[in-house]
Design a protein around this ligand. Structure first.
Ligand SMILES: COc1cc(/C=C/C(=O)SCCNC(=O)CCNC(=O)[C@H](O)C(C)(C)COP(=O)(O)OP(=O)(O)OC[C@H]2O[C@@H](n3cnc4c(N)ncnc43)[C@H](O)[C@@H]2OP(=O)(O)O)ccc1O
Length: 459
């Protein structure tokens, strides 16, 4: 996958309907390094597994917090004006003692793999001030990368991930007293579950907890490759599928629009009903399988892919409990594996929805301990990274505990991604009451987005 720097995603895509960019102006202070609050191991290289190598992209997220209520006359809530910058910075130094590789710097090992140089120099931390209220940020479910990108710090001029620290944090204070925490964290350091455990440990530390809720398990050698490597699956995730439909011209010639589509529980049931109709799936299909099949099909149609175009569906599967033995609790790194299904556009579009959903179902079932060990060994033997050519990569954040990140200001009023890391990526996000709805967030060239919208309106 791409290992190139990008400037906050701004300029690569435009929000479709977002109005925040016009109002949001942010003034950043000088970035500083926040090192672990106590001595941590230095001078060695920290091993990253082959599953970490596959996904070395920067993930940018924002968490927004309202101001605390003013203190009552009797003094209750007297820390209402506590400085979020100081609280988050001090807690970061403390939590980095446990997560000390995040204070190091990425390097390439003699085996030509990404590793972390344990320098202990620290995470980059920036305080900033916005010239507006938090309410002016708008709705995070309608992504506006140009505006939200101002809430996350990117190292100016960095040409690749080796020139960026594994994490940066920006705390932006708003006029209303609320603040936003913007994070840019390299996916090679952890997957979604690991990232949430880190952020939630940081938050609990900020609230005064002496111990972490889930201490990180740092040793990634539990996912070392076998010697010699054994490749026992085809691993189409690495296959470069030719773009015979010339979608490159479509993407090159039109603006990339971002939109999100909300599926409430009723609509999700209808999607599942479509996948189950005809009985091909024997009456069994999860919401994820049905929705990913629907989206794969609709995107294929919207992009106008030629009938003989082969198209690949990739998605991340949490392997933590699928490994034998399961990964230790608190495993810090990537415990996710990409699985895949491949079909021609003609096959997907001429078959009922059960076909795409069924292919997704087979892809989920394929992920066994042997599949994941084989994927680890594939990288060992080839150093190949998954290919996104002619691909849809779905990544599901719908069960990630963004809402738990309480630094002392309560649950985030809003949280979510700033942008999508690649044009082939679609995110499933939890939404609404009790987080029972799913928001499907994607970017498409303008004409394809209109076609996709029409297909979604039919559901
Ligand atoms: C670097 O900084 C970051 C990074 C990030 C984010 C990074 C990432 O994106 S990493 C990838 C994150 N995603 C995952 O790890 C995927 C996790 N999900 C799975 O692995 C799933 O098993 C699946 C492969 C997607 C398939 O899902 P599904 O078909 O739903 O099958 P099951 O999971 O077996 O579920 C079956 C059934 O049970 C229900 N269920 C299961 N678990 C739960 C649960 N915890 N809560 C509620 N319900 C559950 C499930 O709903 C199914 O029932 P249905 O009724 O739906 O059919 C971010 C931020 C950073 O800073």
């Amino acid at each position: 996958m791409v290992v190139e720097a990008r400037e906050n995603g701004a300029g690569v895509a435009v929000a479709d309907g977002g109005k925040a960019a016009a109002k949001l102006t942010v003034k950043r202070g000088e970035p500083e390094l926040v090192a672990p609050a106590e001595a941590t191991p230095t001078g060695e290289k920290y091993y990253l597994s082959n599953l970490d190598q596959n996904i070395a992209v920067i993930v940018q997220t924002v968490y927004c917090y309202k101001a605390k209520a003013a203190p009552a006359e009797d003094g209750a809530g007297a820390d209402a004006d506590a400085d979020a910058v100081a609280v988050l910075r001090d807690a970061l130094a403390k939590v980095l003692v446990h997560y000390h590789p995040l204070a190091g710097r990425l390097t390439i090992s003699p085996e030509m793999k990404l590793a972390v140089e344990l320098t202990g120099e620290g995470a980059l931390f920036v305080a900033a001030d916005a010239g507006c209220d938090l309410a002016d940020v708008g709705d995070l479910t309608k992504p506006d990368p140009a505006a939200l990108g101002q809430l996350v710090y990117s190292v100016p001029g960095a040409k690749n991930i080796l020139e960026m620290p594994p994490m940066t944090a920006q705390v932006t204070r708003f006029k209303c007293g609320g603040f936003a925490l913007g994070l840019a964290m390299n996916h090679c350091m952890f997957d979604g579950l690991g990232a949430m455990e880190f952020v939630n440990s940081w938050a609990e530390t900020a609230r005064g907890a002496a111990e972490l809720p889930v201490p990180p398990f740092l040793d990634r050698t539990v996912l070392s490759a076998r010697d010699p490597p054994v490749i026992s699956f085809e691993h189409h995730e690495f296959e470069e599928i030719p773009d015979i439909s010339d979608t490159a011209a479509l993407y090159g010639g039109q603006e990339l629009l971002y939109r999100s589509f909300c599926f409430d529980p009723d609509r999700l049931e209808r999607v599942r009903g479509l996948a189950l109709a005809g009985g091909d799936l024997g009456g069994r299909c999860t919401t994820f399988e049905a929705l990913s099949g629907l989206v794969w099909r609709a995107r294929t149609r919207a992009l106008g892919l030629a009938p003989e175009q082969r198209t690949k569906l990739l998605f991340a599967v949490d392997g933590r409990r699928r490994f034998e033995p399961p990964l230790p609790k608190g495993y810090f790194g990537n415990g996710i594996v990409l699985t895949n299904a491949v079909a021609t556009a003609g096959d997907l579009l001429s078959s009922p929805p059960s076909r795409a959903a069924g292919l997704g179902q087979e892809a989920v079932r394929m992920v066994t301990d042997e599949y994941m060990r084989s994927a680890v060994d594939y990288f060992e033997a080839t150093r190949a990274r998954p290919s996104l050519a002619s691909t849809l990569l779905i990544t599901t954040w719908s069960r990630l505990a963004f809402h738990d990140a309480d630094f002392g200001w309560g649950e985030p009023a809003m949280s979510g991604p700033v942008t999508l890391p690649e044009k082939e990526v679609i995110l499933f996000l939890a939404h609404g009451k009790e987080r029972k709805s799913i928001n499907v967030l994607l970017g498409l060239p303008a004409s394809a987005m209109d076609a996709f919208q029409n297909l979604m309106d039919e559901i």
